[in-house]
Every structure is written in C-alpha cells, then in structure tokens.
Ligand binder design. Sequence first.
Ligand code: 16G
Length: 242
Amino acid sequence: MIQKNSPLPIYYQLEEAIKEAIQNQELTPGRMIPSEREYAEKYGISRMTVRQALSNLVNDGFLYRQRGKGTFVAHQKIEQPLQGLTSFSEDMRSRGLEPSTRVISFKVVPASHDLASKLEVEAGTSLFELKRIRLADQLPMAYEMLYISKEVAPDLTEEIAQSSIYEYVENKLGLKIQHGRQVLEASIARRTEAEMLQVEEGAPVLMIERRSTLESNKPLEVVKSVYRADRYKFTIDMERFS
Ligand code: 16G
C-alpha cells in the first residue's frame, strides 16, 4: 500500500491508508490503533515517519491520544446545521442515533434577576432548574442546564426531563415553540463539566446559550449547554447580501 518511489511523501500515504481503514470500518471508533513500532515494521518505514502521520491525524481529529494508554480512533463529529430550531432528541434521531438523557438534578429555584429578565418573569418566581447529560448512542454529547418557568410548564416532572422537553411542550401543553436565539462560544471543560462529559479537565468544548420563545412571544427556556468539541461541529448556510 505504501509506495516508496511515489512522489507523495510516505507520511501522507500512511495517513491516507489509516483514513481509508477508518472509512471502511477496519478501524472502528474507540478502538486502539497499532503502535508506532508496529506500523513501522509493517510498512518498513521509520518510526519518525509514522509519528508524523499519527500526529497529523490527531490534529485533524481522526485519532485521539490518551495519556499512558495509546492512540485511538475518534468518533466522527456530529454536524449540526444552525438554521432550524430543533431539539436534541430530534437532532439525534434524524441522524439515526438513539438519544438518551441522564438527569443530574431537578429542582425548583427562585429566579435570579438575570434569569427573571431573560424569561420575562418577576425575580423570585419559581423556575425549574434542570441539569442533564444528553447522550447519543450512549455517548455523552452535551451537558445542559435548563431554566423554564413553572408558570409555563407547571407539571414538568423528572420523568419528562428524561425524554424530550420540546415534545412535552408541544404535544402535552399544546404550545408552539416559535423562535430561538443562540450564542456560541469556545471554552474548555471545567472539572464538573469534564466529569459529566467524560473528557479531561481543560478539553475543548463549545458553550451554547439558547433562549427560545413561544408563539405568544413568551420566553420558554434559557439553556446553557456545554458540547464536546470533539463530537460536534456546527454549520451555517449563508447568502451574500446583494
Ligand atoms: C437542545 C437545546 C435546548 C433544548 C433541548 C430540548 C441546544 C443548544 N439546546 O438541547 O435548548 O431545551 O434541545 O431537547 O441545542 P429535548 O426536547 O430532547 O429535551
């Protein structure tokens, strides 16, 4: 597979060979790949060359390293278009992935001034505060902290929080979710977030804050989410102003 007399550099050929093995599932996500020495022996090339190919693949997100363990095949990132106002459950199902949720805490708290103004309620109003880990095919994708006023969703339960809140709002409460505004920033996982998402502290994450409103213009939710940057990328379609 590696041609030493090709004009293509050897490290590049090895990168392509490994990418191909990932594509045709000889190497599956989460699996440890052979060591530098094994690749070097298999192809009769230097370990330096193997190291360069593997580093490039780590930088490009095809592989990841775990300190003291080895190099593994990365999970393909989920590509999420930013145009539609969709729920986590819908997003995962539309990709053929099974959504699930682990509720970490479910409480009623008084609205702070900041949340009260975002949700257009009086400060001190009872809000549901939900912390949830959102998983796709059992893999943690995001850690969410959601606030929703008790006035809007009076009979929200932990059981509902374990499945889809949007489904509950639309089908049980009969309300139409109309609009959302989302702010997205880069950050790193702090200790709790790292634990929830099963990444190392300091791993890159995407922080998203969404505020969505109902047809009546009444705010529905304020949600702060931390998404694993190694599992997610966002796309947006743009038109040039004419
Ligand atoms: C997404 C939304 C969140 C919403 C949730 C509903 C982002 C950043 N956040 O996670 O605001 O509450 O979907 O999902 O996309 P559910 O209907 O599955 O509970």
